[in-house]
Design a protein around this ligand. Structure first.
Ligand code: F0G
Length: 448
């Protein structure tokens, strides 16, 4: 049996459940408009008996797919033939045990782990998804693609597009993107369109443009992207010597990651490759807190796929009536109409998840803490540590729990914010540069 025939697309709405072939290019169910999943007939796929068998592939550095931290696990996302798979060596990321930050937060020293997705080729976790989505784009023969972005998606799309020889257009909200990310999109040759609006406006426009012009859409509505993002969880388990942590903490924006993580764990459990599913904590900024509001205040839940649409519609109608536009220094997660909301609710159900919103001031201090004791990250990523602090203080996460925080983007993505934090002494860990005359004695005195 051709392995690819074991993969298909299915609508997540249980009252629809329409199925489609992976060669059909679609990003929402054409029958009911709901989100789509990439699914597999597992009994037709050859899988290892144990997850640990995947690590044998690490030794094959010369095999480009074994070298990729995404495609090393290709049997768990097998929707296209190897010949179509695009890779730039993504997923060579590390899980760092960080005792200093654990102690600061009151966790057991050996129990906090930071998953550095900023080490990817374009500097963020997005590459995990793009390698998968671009492989699908190559399989279906797409020539032009597009995305809306708060920055990192545009950088990753631009990078993979030029490597695939595809034309690419990225939509960003004017003034809503950190400079590191904007510089990548332009340098990698994307047609960069700045809309006078926010991410949600861009998302709406890009969907219309893609359907009118037949462009291949690379936002996380694309179900293949989320397949690639599942591997972040495989790598965390791998780094923990194939043991599942107690908690995953992740920032929530368009909610692609949290959705992908829930699917990853659900599938691994279903396949008998893990014995339990970790809990998930999804962290919003208080300036863009749709998920926290809907889950914590409006009690929205997955409800076996029959999500109460009225709660969402009323919430969005209120945002519109108030002309609300989200604002946070964590520009990556400055989103108030997350497209993967329903899949994320499913992940919360699967992983017994919690949601929390943290203020910008705490995100900034958490970012400086990660910089001081770790490899650094961009503001959205630091929402994890800011959120974790609350969850420990509130007794939601136990001091002895094994926690993995996903640091989604590199420190250098948003240099302005970091420089301003330190120079203008904006927070508890500000470390401003000290000006000194060009004089050896005075320099020595200062250092001494
Ligand atoms: N962290 C970073 C660094 C991001 O760039 C994003 C999303 C998120 C977290 C949120 O992840 O959407 O899976 O919940 N950035 C998108 C972009 C929206 O356009 O670059 P999510």
């Amino acid at each position: 049996m051709d392995k690819i025939k074991a993969a298909y697309i299915q609508c997540i709405n249980p009252d629809c459940g329409a199925k489609f072939d992976c060669m059909d290019v679609m990003f929402k169910c054409p029958k009911c408009g709901e989100l789509l999943d990439t699914l597999y007939e597992w009994d037709k796929i050859e899988l290892p008996d144990r997850l640990s068998d995947f690590s044998k592939r690490w030794a094959n550095k010369n095999n480009r797919l074994d070298f990729s931290g995404v495609w090393r696990f290709r049997d768990l996302l097998n929707f296209c033939p190897d010949s179509c798979k695009v890779t730039l060596g993504e997923g060579q990321t590390v899980l760092e045990q960080n005792c200093a930050i654990a102690q600061q937060l009151g966790l057991k020293p050996d129990s906090l782990h930071l998953q550095y997705e900023g080490l990817n080729p374009s500097g963020s976790f997005k590459d995990n998804g793009m390698t998968a989505a671009f492989s699908h784009a190559m399989m279906v023969g797409a020539k032009s693609c597009a995305c809306a972005s708060t920055g990192n998606t545009s950088a990753a799309v631009a990078l993979y597009a030029h490597n695939c020889g595809m034309k690419c257009t990225v939509f960003i909200g004017s003034g809503r993107i950190a400079f590191g990310k904007l510089s990548q999109a332009m340098d990698y040759g994307a047609q960069t369109i700045q809309i006078l609006g926010d991410f949600d406006d861009c998302m709406k426009q890009v969907q219309a443009v893609c359907s009118k012009l037949g462009l291949y859409l690379l936002n996380s509505l694309n179900p293949y992207r989320l397949e690639g993002q599942k591997t972040i969880m495989y790598r965390i388990i791998e780094a923990l010597e194939w043991k599942v942590p107690d908690w995953i903490v992740v920032p929530g924006g368009n909610l692609g990651n949290s959705s992908a993580f829930g699917k990853a764990f659900y599938e691994l459990k279903q396949l008998g490759l893990i014995d339990r599913i970790p809990r998930i904590a999804i962290i919003n900024s208080t300036g863009a807190s749709t998920l926290a509001d809907l889950v914590n205040n409006k009690k929205l839940s997955w409800n076996n796929g029959r999500v109460d649409r009225k709660i969402i519609d009323d919430y969005y109608a209120d945002l519109t009536a108030r002309k609300f536009s989200p604002h946070t220094i964590a520009s990556a997660i400055e989103i108030s109409r997350p497209v993967n909301l329903k899949k994320c609710l499913r992940a919360i159900d699967v992983c017994n998840g919690v949601v929390l919103a943290v203020p910008d001031s705490e995100i900034k201090d958490a970012k400086a803490l990660i910089g001081k004791y770790g490899l650094g990250c961009e503001p959205a990523s630091a929402a994890t540590i800011a959120g974790l602090k609350h969850l420990i203080a509130d007794g939601v996460i136990d001091k002895n729990a094994r926690v993995a925080c996903v640091l989604t983007g590199h420190l250098l993505k948003d240099p302005d914010l970091t420089v301003n934090y330190h120079r203008e002494k904006q927070g508890l860990l500000a470390n401003p540069p000290i000006e000194v005359p060009n004089d050896l004695e005075q320099i020595i005195k200062l250092i001494g």
